[in-house]
Design a protein around this ligand. Structure first.
Ligand SMILES: [Zn+2]
Length: 171
């Protein structure tokens, strides 16, 4: 039995049926898919549920650092979550993976990432299932899609002349 400690946190972008907590929903889905419900996995789901947007793996690792859970374990958990549709992976301009909790739901938004500062905004979801169907009709299985938008945010435009914005972010 896992206490729903995060029930007061609004879960951005995810509509949870009834009063089930993100951990409840995730646990049910893990069980359905034959994944063991381990402490690190639960801690990661709780951590993801508290994030207002997509987060990089290192940040998640820091949040769950109270668990005996190394970076490789975090990576494997997220990989497994992604495989059963619990999380959605997106990417920064430089290829860094970001993860957010979707709990198997349809994405509610896409991301708009600033190529200069990495800030992430949301773009309202628009359906492209029709495109996925066309791909399936060509005989492909396990079809998924990834939509990201990249640009230079107004703050960066004001701060930096356009010609100085490099194709990859300065570190
Ligand atoms: Zn920016």
């Amino acid at each position: 039995m896992i206490a729903a400690t995060q029930s007061n946190h609004p879960l951005a972008g995810v509509s949870a049926p009834g009063n089930l907590s993100p951990v409840d929903i995730a646990s049910a889905r893990m069980r359905e898919n034959g994944l063991r419900i381990t402490k690190p996995r639960v801690a990661l789901i709780e951590a993801l549920a508290r994030q207002p947007g997509p987060v990089p793996i290192e940040q998640l690792h820091q949040i769950v650092s109270h668990e005996p859970c190394d970076l490789v374990t975090v990576y494997r958990c997220l990989n497994a979550f992604e495989g059963i549709g619990l999380v959605r992976r997106s990417f920064l301009h430089n290829g860094t993976s970001l993860y957010e909790l979707t709990l198997g739901g349809t994405p509610q938004h896409y991301h708009l990432v600033c190529k200069s500062c990495g800030r992430t905004d949301r773009v309202d979801y628009f359906p492209i299932e029709g495109a996925e169907r066309l791909v399936r009709e060509r005989g492909y299985t396990q079809v998924s899609h990834l939509v990201e938008f990249f640009g230079v945010c107004p703050v960066c435009q004001a701060a930096i002349p356009a010609r100085q914005i490099m194709p990859s972010p300065a570190r």
